[in-house]
Design a protein around this ligand. Structure first.
Ligand code: ADP
Ligand code: MG
Length: 280
């Protein structure tokens, strides 16, 4: 089995794309699970009122249950709302519930409205008994205040790109928004990773999409891609990552490869990406 290097400092990664259905949640869930399986300590924060990420990791998220909503509004801490994922002892989840859909309006007038998540995450990491290797944030399909909070709380953005005809539509807008957040709120922010999802190796289109994204962002697009598989789409209905649900299947293997490639990105590679983003 390949060795997963552990980062010296906690890596904070938001999974974002304002398009729905491109594989954000699936990727946040399965990359986190693959890293946890390889021995990393991982926290996943569900920031989508749909709570799909919580569901897929088997964590309850009924309305009224302690969740990221209470964290953003300062009622509870991350330490108080995080729940263990039963399949992986080193994986914790901060659930989201439908209550979160009111948060954007409720916090809109606050002076620190962009930094609510950042403040909560920093407090948590500083106070936690254990060291976390990774924190992933699963974003809703928008570019609203919740996503800005994610962008202000992390160093790295991971953008899943679905291998389909309109794949690159909207990507420019997303990159622009990330650039604005970097300029005004979080100079530390970079797009470290793009992942092509629902890749069908038999179709020309899938290869064309991959090649096009790769030619635009050569150092950012991962070599590994995620195939479209039935097991990947079934796993959430069992409250499981595909890593736990079908550990030897194509989906689990692909996400393990992706997780390894992410783990192997050294700080110097990330610095190079940051330097190139500054030039652009
Ligand atoms: P997003 O979070 O970007 O809205 P999801 O991760 O929820 O997207 O994926 C959208 C739908 O596609 C879900 O039903 C999910 O199960 C399915 N899906 C995602 N990735 C794959 C894949 N590689 N193979 C098959 N189904 C997938
Ligand atoms: Mg989602």
């Amino acid at each position: 089995q390949a060795t997963f290097p552990k980062p010296a400092q906690t890596r904070l990664i938001a999974v974002a794309n304002q398009k729905g259905g491109v594989g954000k949640t699936t990727s946040a869930v399965n990359i986190s699970a693959a890293l946890a399986q390889a021995g990393a300590r991982v926290l996943v924060i569900d920031l989508d009122p749909q709570g799909n990420c919580s569901t897929a990791l088997g964590v309850k998220h009924a309305s009224g249950e302690p969740s990221v909503y209470d964290v953003l509004e300062g009622r509870l801490t991350i330490a108080e709302v995080k729940r263990p994922c039963s399949d992986f002892p080193s994986l914790d989840v901060v659930p989201a519930s439908i209550d979160l859909s009111g948060a954007e309006l409720e916090v809109a007038q606050l002076e620190n409205r962009n930094n609510l998540l950042d403040e909560a995450v920093q407090t948590f990491l500083n106070d936690a008994d254990e060291h976390y290797d990774y924190v992933f944030v699963d974003c809703p399909p928008s570019l609203g205040l919740l996503v800005i909070n994610a962008m202000c709380a992390v160093h790295e953005m991971l953008i899943p790109i679905q291998a389909e005809y309109y794949a690159l539509e909207g990507l420019g807008q997303l990159i622009n928004t990330i650039g604005l957040v970097q300029e005004h709120f979080n100079s530390n922010l970079i797009v470290s990773t793009m992942l092509v999802t629902m890749f069908d190796r038999r179709t020309l289109l899938s290869h064309e999409v991959y090649d096009e994204v790769k030619s635009h962002y050569p150092s950012i697009v991962l070599d590994a891609t995620i195939p479209r598989t039935v097991k990947i789409s079934e796993a959430p209905s069992f409250g499981q990552s595909v890593i736990a649900y079908d550990p030897h299947g194509l989906g689990a293997i692909a996400y393990a490869e992706v997780a390894l490639e992410i783990a192997q990105r050294s700080p110097s590679v990330l610095d190079e990406i940051a330097a190139r983003m500054k030039e652009a």
